[in-house]
Design a protein around this ligand. Structure first.
Ligand code: HXC
Length: 258
């Protein structure tokens, strides 16, 4: 499938997806999101890929949904098309680990997209915000919900109601990003982190992701029950036997991803 709005590279078991619309700071148009969903479908089917990095360019991860594309849409247009659900939600349903590596602007839909990934590595020049209020609208791709879960009510309200941007340090302090690295080391660090994840058992990483995600969907008691079932299920996976045998035999585990 030829890609117009994205670049896709593979680094052994890691796929690197890069938004490639730098002339508009990677504004997320419908065609780009359709490409992204198609690439994620393909990567989910590809058993040789065990982790993904989603990144942008030096100036922007993504400066939001494409304002010029959506400005004249009517209520009927967006309701009928379930605008910013189809294709956009594909990241949230992606079953393998996916890291957002954010440099520059991650605004509006760009910030929401990063929030749909499993965690965010930020360059020291990263800027996060939900500026939709300035455009007469509100976050529409889960921002109000995921942001509140990541950073709590006060910071989420501050961001959504003022539209102000957070620099990388503030984003790290409030738990929006897992860590901040130098801008010119961002992609290498993200690839290194993803390679480390990919060196573990692929199916066990998927179960681990499912377990953590349950914390955002359910009660503590139900989440712990789900975790217990998922934990028990690892005992049916060859890699659990190999991992524990390798520890006992003082050697490096050779995971078969089965
Ligand atoms: C379309 C965009 C864009 C966007 C930037 N551009 N953001 N085009 N949609 N979201 C375009 C500009 O029009 C311009 O192209 C080019 O990118 C460079 O942008 P400049 O504004 O000239 O750059 P700069 O002065 O450095 O300012 C950077 C910026 C600013 C602060 C990020 O571009 C900005 O405020 N962008 C909009 C941010 C925003 O409101 N995002 C939320 C969108 S709403 P031209 O051809 O004009 O020179 C949203 C809704 C989410 O995301 C709901 C569900 C997903």
């Amino acid at each position: 499938m030829p890609l117009h709005y994205l670049e896709l590279e593979t680094h052994e078991a890691v796929a690197l997806i890069r938004f490639n619309r730098p002339q508009v700071l990677n504004a997320l148009c419908a065609a780009m999101m359709a490409e992204l969903a198609g690439v994620l479908d393909q990567l989910e089917q590809d058993h040789a890929i065990r982790a993904v990095v989603l990144t942008g360019t030096a100036e922007a991860f993504a400066a939001g949904a494409d304002i010029k594309e959506m400005r004249d849409l009517t209520y009927m247009d967006v309701y009928r098309a379930d605008f910013v659900t189809v294709d956009w939600e594909r990241i949230a349903s992606f079953r393998k680990p996916i890291i957002a590596a954010v440099a520059g602007f991650a605004l509006g839909g760009g910030c929401e997209m990063a929030l749909m990934c499993d965690f965010i590595l930020a360059a020291d020049n990263a800027r996060f915000g939900q500026p939709e209020i300035k455009l007469g609208t509100i976050p529409g791709a889960g921002g109000s919900q995921r942001l509140a879960r990541f950073v709590g009510k006060s910071k989420a309200m501050d961001m959504v109601l003022t539209g102000r941007t957070l620099d990388a340090q503030e984003a790290e302090r409030c738990g929006l990003v897992s860590r901040v690295v130098k801008a010119d080391e961002l992609v290498d660090e993200a690839l290194l982190t993803a390679s480390r994840i990919a060196s573990y058992s692929g199916p066990v990483c998927m179960l681990a992701k499912e377990a953590v995600n349950a914390a955002f969907e359910t009660t503590l008691a139900e989440g712990v029950r789900q975790e217990r079932r998922l934990f028990h299920s690892t005992f049916a996976i060859d890699d659990q036997k190999e991992g524990m045998a390798a520890f006992s035999e003082k050697r490096r585990a050779q995971f078969s991803h089965r």
